[in-house]
Design a protein around this ligand. Structure first.
Ligand code: FES
Ligand SMILES: [Fe+2]
Length: 408
């Protein structure tokens, strides 16, 4: 894209981000297809803001590790002997091999030291030494500074049990930006839940924002999920909270006739009725038991909080027109030891796959629309799409604000 076109796209983003929701418009189509715009997003969002890498349960014990590629770079989350978590690059400092290659190592596991499988350089994992070179065989005959050799380390914060990482040393801490959201989500006690299963879809042929936007509104229940979600969680009944800034919430009550059919959620849980197939999260109030909350944290985290489970979804961009989608499903800890756990996981996974296949029809279809030439423009939002409108402000804030000037 010529320089001029990129700047006109940024001008358009600035204009759209200043509109009130009542006159809100879709982003320019080029924001979903342009290589240059994607590069700006990588630099000012994915390499500069807080991203979600997983849940603490995935690295529960000292020595545990979790492989993640959330920054477009191979990373590993480790828990050291003192229980502290670290986010380290997996790129070996010798000749840059992935120290935990997916070809030969599981995504999660346990280790004492990190040993690169190529020439067996080893790295420490403890405390301030995390990432420090511990040993490099046959390097004594060359001039080599071992002390200066360490795997790059990233900032890590645990928020509500979620492992959040950031590549920018200057970025403000995340926790204080989310205080109000933390209070709202408190009844679900996210940090005490455990991972029931994960599911991923790779190389979805759509820009990451198409996935994000799809996951940030329930308006499409009546279309995409007409036969699945809509009868239980009607999109039209959704109340979108008037949030500002980097997070949003909305609430959809269970449909009255679906509840009547299911009985109370308590009974439903006991009988394994459809809708609520798992065990209830202990301590939830009437509101949490009566519907679904969707919460999002820009740039790429969305959560569906239900009486029996919390599913979080992350989009990981892999190019301007492709992304991976990762789902992690959390349940109360005691569920994992129950005899019906495997059957629960099978049923829940099947449900997720059905819903995701419905979402993918829209996600793929929207990208095909955006990729037409000339790109379509001026799509209008319903009040239920407030989070998409809010996301445009986040995007403009991050990208346009960092540019020297939007009109050269
Ligand atoms: S690349 Fe890691 S030891 Fe050689
Ligand atoms: Fe959907």
């Amino acid at each position: 894209m010529p320089h001029r076109e990129l700047y006109s796209l940024l001008d358009e983003l600035t204009r759209i981000a200043a509109l009130p929701l009542e006159r809100g418009e879709t982003l320019p189509a080029r924001a979903y297809t342009s290589e240059d715009f994607y590069r700006l997003e990588r630099e000012h969002i994915f390499r500069a803001d807080w991203l979600c890498a997983g849940h603490v349960d995935q690295v529960a014990r000292p020595g545990d590790y979790l492989r993640t590629d959330v920054l477009g770079e191979p990373l590993v989350i480790t828990r050291d002997e003192d229980g502290d978590l670290h986010a380290l690059s997996r790129v070996c400092r010798h000749r840059f091999m992935d120290v935990l290659p997916p070809e030969t190592t599981p995504e999660q596991g346990s280790l004492k030291r990190l040993t690169c499988p190529y020439h067996t350089w080893t790295y420490r994992l403890n405390g301030e030494y995390a990432g420090q070179l511990a040993g490099a065989p046959l390097m004594g005959k060359v001039d080599f500074d071992r002390a200066a050799c360490r795997l790059p380390r990233y900032r890590l914060e645990v928020w509500n049990g979620l492992i959040m990482i950031c590549a920018d040393p200057e970025a403000p801490a995340l926790g204080p930006q989310l205080d109000e959201l933390t209070a709202k989500l408190a009844p679900y006690r996210l940090a005490d839940l455990v991972v029931a299963y994960t599911a991923g879809w790779e190389d979805i042929p759509a820009n990451w924002k198409v996935g994000l936007e799809n996951g940030s509104e329930n308006y499409h229940h009546m279309g995409s999920h007409a036969a699945t979600l809509e009868p239980v969680l009607p999109g039209r009944d959704t109340v979108v909270d008037e949030c500002d800034g980097r997070w949003f919430t909305m609430y959809t009550p269970f449909a009255a006739d679906a509840v009547a059919e299911m009985g109370t959620t308590e009974e439903a849980a006991e009988e394994g009725a459809p809708g609520v197939i798992g065990t209830l999260i202990p301590g939830l109030g009437e509101r949490e038991l009566s519907g679904m909350t969707i919460a999002g944290v820009f740039p790429h985290l969305a959560m569906a909080l239900l009486p029996d489970s919390v599913t979080f979804l992350r989009q990981i961009p892999t190019g301007p027109g492709t992304h991976d989608a990762h789902f992690t499903v959390l349940v109360p800890a005691e569920v994992r030891d129950k005899p019906g756990f495997d059957a629960y996981v099978d049923a829940a996974r099947q449900q997720l796959e059905t819903i995701q296949s419905e979402d993918l029809v829209a996600i793929r279809g929207v990208q095909r629309g955006l990729a037409t030439d000339p790109g379509p423009s001026g799509g209008r939002f319903s009040h239920l799409e407030r989070p998409l409108w809010q996301f445009q402000r986040y995007l403009a804030d991050r990208i346009v604000e960092h540019m020297p000037s939007a009109t050269p």
